[in-house]
Design a protein around this ligand. Sequence first.
Ligand SMILES: [Zn+2]
Length: 147
Amino acid sequence: MDEFIKLLDPSLNYIEHITKDKKCIITVESNRKDAICPYCGMASSKKHSMYKKEFQDLPIQDNQVIILIRNRKMFCINPECSHKTFSERFDFIQYKARKTERLIKKILGISSRLSSVAASTMLKSDTVEVSKSTICRMIKKNASGSR
Ligand SMILES: [Zn+2]
């Protein structure tokens, strides 16, 4: 399982997982010493707190995959920075997204060949939880180049 998590991002460590009702919930945490402040770009290793954040990733053997990250909130140590704290961010997911970039890519790939209704049905059979309206939103976002 750690290998699978490292494929998503080498800076993640696998902690534990449970499988229930065709769902695999994997708990992970960052192994980086420092996190980069997204507002000023300065690295900080001063931890403020931790909170849980969950998002969907590519399915594993017909199980829907939910990743639960113990996301770190850090203090920014730059006195010039406009923010005192920030949440650690990762390249594999946009800050407020509920799905990983590689899952979104898969959804968009399937949706480019099918209608959003058919794509939603097909993805559900492949244990990706996504609604027709979410697909429409993703396509629009992708087309406008904001991703
Ligand atoms: Zn900062």
